[in-house]
Design a binder for this molecule. Sequence first.
Ligand code: COA
Length: 215
Amino acid sequence: MLVRHATLDDLDALAAVESACFPPSEAADLDRLANRLETYPDHFWLLVNPVTSDNDCFPAQLDDGMLVSFIDGPVTAQADLTDEMYESPELHNSDAPWQMILGVNTAPMYQHRGCASFLMRQVILDAALAHREGIVLACKEKKLPFYSSFGFVDEGRSESNHSNVAWHQMRLKFNVPEDAPGADLLQASISLAMKETTAYMDHEHTITSQFPQVS
Ligand SMILES: CC(C)(COP(=O)(O)OP(=O)(O)OC[C@H]1O[C@@H](n2cnc3c(N)ncnc32)[C@H](O)[C@@H]1OP(=O)(O)O)[C@@H](O)C(=O)NCCC(=O)NCCS
């Protein structure tokens, strides 16, 4: 698997995965994704399977393989995630302290194999290396345990009312005392991401054993 940032050429594949993952009322449409891509392509993280077969029928083909998962969001001075961030990519400022996450998606045929977790750890590592204060996302209640497993802490109801859903805001802060809630999981996520990044750099263009091939 390869991890890379996005370009406008990836738009159709991103839109295909987005619409396969979310109902129309929640999915970012082509225009919104295009606006985000134009403004912050380096704040899209794509997991790409370079080994595809003629049997792959899911319409998420990229120049370098099949789009498996992606995570995206702006960097903002504002510490809380708001609905405006979904609509207004111009709020992005690459020098600001907070990495927001607006979308976490894995194409259905690749789900439950650890793909989103792998990519999330790369996002966490990149944000830590960029000296961000932390990462903020909004999720539905049933996803709280998934994000808690990386060290994100639930802050209760988000002020976001995106698509008329009750969201929880979750935050992963980097500079916290060792005994703070989630600090041990954060450290584990970063350590694992560092190992995975090294493996990726050593064995570029090979599929790692963590991702069973899809037959
Ligand atoms: C949520 C989503 C991004 C997760 O993607 P994913 O690639 O399946 O995520 P992972 O495989 O890393 O983890 C998902 C679950 O599979 C489990 N898992 C990981 N590897 C596994 C494996 N090899 N075998 C079985 N289960 C596995 C994880 O423990 C996790 O369990 P949990 O849901 O109980 O926490 C994906 O389901 C999706 O796109 N959903 C639709 C969009 C959405 O809801 N996005 C989140 C918005 S908040």
